[in-house]
Write a protein that binds this ligand. Structure first.
Ligand SMILES: CC(C)(COP(=O)(O)OP(=O)(O)OC[C@H]1O[C@@H](n2cnc3c(N)ncnc32)[C@H](O)[C@@H]1OP(=O)(O)O)[C@@H](O)C(=O)NCCC(=O)NCCS
Length: 405
């Protein structure tokens, strides 16, 4: 077993840690050209590395942004990204040590929440993250799928040039706003890797924008993948939706109408869509759209439990008292009352007891307290409190992140 140190990375260690991450994710290190374009997306700030003899063997990264929480308030959040350990140094505690340093930093900076997407679902529960918003994968048959006549016609949909896409989509995303619990802001450093690489001049993706009565109010980034072969020369392409956001149902319907109208396509596929997006119900025959998977999308960790609970709103039932246990940030362990008039720490006896990762699952409204209790994640001390907790925590719109990081 070898020893390692965990510390913030320096400016000079940006590229070596980025390459380390790519190797851990089974992609090649970047070329000098690509690095020159994306280096601003990998600043030294908010990165902790594990180092052995001066060389990086692990990295965890995050950036500060904002998240919409139930009730519509926007809270500060750390978006954890770029997690990797060198393949010959895994299972020696490097990730655990880096996560501990990162969480201590989030707590010291007063962040109420942290979020991430997990490559594997078994990794992050131990660090207090819970699966907080799901996403569905849909597959729509073309040309059979048609929107029915009562679906709003919408306005004009136009294709952007790659240069226009790089310039216009960040502002459009901002204007559309964080209108569902779980949606997060996209800071300047998010765009070069996660958008420009696909939608810009070298990417090959296409970008379409919808204009409604008040101007541009929705966009879709997609790629078409030819599936023709010698055996199947006439087979239609697959159209993969990479990123689709709309300010309202009309813009969303118009973008889907457009996607379903692209010629020489036999299948439109989209991953991580909101679980309550009514695409199948918008079709004349709902069987032409199949939900082929529902997966964990956003994972959430309350970093400051009291601030997190106080930041969202609740339904109309009487209050409940939660006993929360947090092994990594023990200052959070305690009792909290949540009810229609807000949430706060309390000395009152608890109705329900749960670990902080389960509180992460409850927080955005994806899972009811009853479901979590049935799964053995919530200990019920007062049976009547379960129904109240369901009423208090559940949201009308399903939570959804819709941003990959
Ligand atoms: C996931 C990864 C970062 C874990 O790093 P690591 O340094 O091996 O993790 P640790 O040694 O601190 O492990 C902590 C615990 O989590 C468990 N664990 C870690 N990764 C796991 C995995 N992929 N599957 C199951 N358990 C895992 C370990 O067994 C250990 O459990 P224990 O405390 O009960 O012994 C590393 O395997 C990796 O880089 N994988 C490839 C890239 C990747 O998946 N990144 C995550 C992107 S979201």
């Amino acid at each position: 077993m070898t020893a390692f140190d965990v510390r913030p990375i320096t400016e000079e260690e940006r590229r070596s840690t980025f390459d380390l991450l790519r190797r851990a994710l089974h992609v090649r290190p970047v070329t000098d050209d690509v690095w020159a374009r994306i280096r601003e997306s990998w600043p030294a700030a908010h990165k902790f590395g594990a180092f052995e003899g001066g060389s990086p063997i692990g990295i965890v990264s995050s950036y500060d942004t904002e998240i919409a929480v139930p009730g519509g308030r926007i809270l500060p959040v750390a978006a954890v990204e770029g997690v990797g350990v060198r393949a010959d140094r895994t299972r020696r505690g490097a990730l655990s040590a880096m996560m501990a340093a990162q969480l201590a930093d989030f707590a010291a900076r007063g962040l109420p929440l942290a979020v991430l997407h997990a490559s594997e679902p078994t990794i992050y529960g131990r660090f207090g993250y819970g699966s907080a918003a799901l996403g569905k994968t849909v597959r729509v048959e073309r040309p059979a799928a048609r929107l029915h006549e009562r679906v709003a016609a919408g306005g004009d949909v136009r294709l952007l040039t790659p240069e226009e896409a790089v310039k216009e989509i960040p502002g459009l995303y901002r204007r559309i706003g964080l209108h569902r619990p779980g949606m997060i802001g996209r800071p300047a450093q998010w765009w070069p890797i996660s958008h420009d690489q696909q939608a810009g001049p070298d990417g090959g993706h296409l970008v379409a924008v919808h204009s409604g009565p008040d101007g541009d109010d929705g966009f879709v980034v997609y790629a078409t993948i030819s599936r023709r072969s010698f055996e199947a020369p006439d087979r239609g392409a697959a159209l993969d939706v990479h990123d689709l956001h709309a300010a309202g149902p009309e813009a969303r319907a118009a973008l889907w109408r457009y996607l379903l109208s692209v010629d020489l396509v036999s299948e439109v596929r989209a991953r991580h869509r909101p679980v309550d997006e009514p695409l199948a119900l918008m079709l004349t025959d709902h069987r032409h759209a199949a939900t082929v998977a529902v997966e964990d999308d956003l994972w959430l960790r309350p970093v400051d439990v009291e601030a997190a609970l106080a930041g969202r709103t609740y339904g109309t039932a009487g209050p409940v008292v939660l006993a929360v246990t947090d092994r990594q940030l023990p200052a959070n362990t305690g009792h909290y009352e949540a009810g229609p008039d807000g949430a706060r720490r309390t000395g009152a006896a608890a109705d329900l007891a749960l670990d902080v990762d389960t509180l992460g699952m409850l927080y955005l409204g994806q899972w009811s307290a009853t479901t979590l209790a049935e799964a053995g994640r919530v200990e019920v001390r007062d049976e009547a409190a379960l129904a109240r907790a369901d009423e208090l925590f559940t949201t009308t719109a399903a939570p959804w992140c819709g941003t990959h990081f």
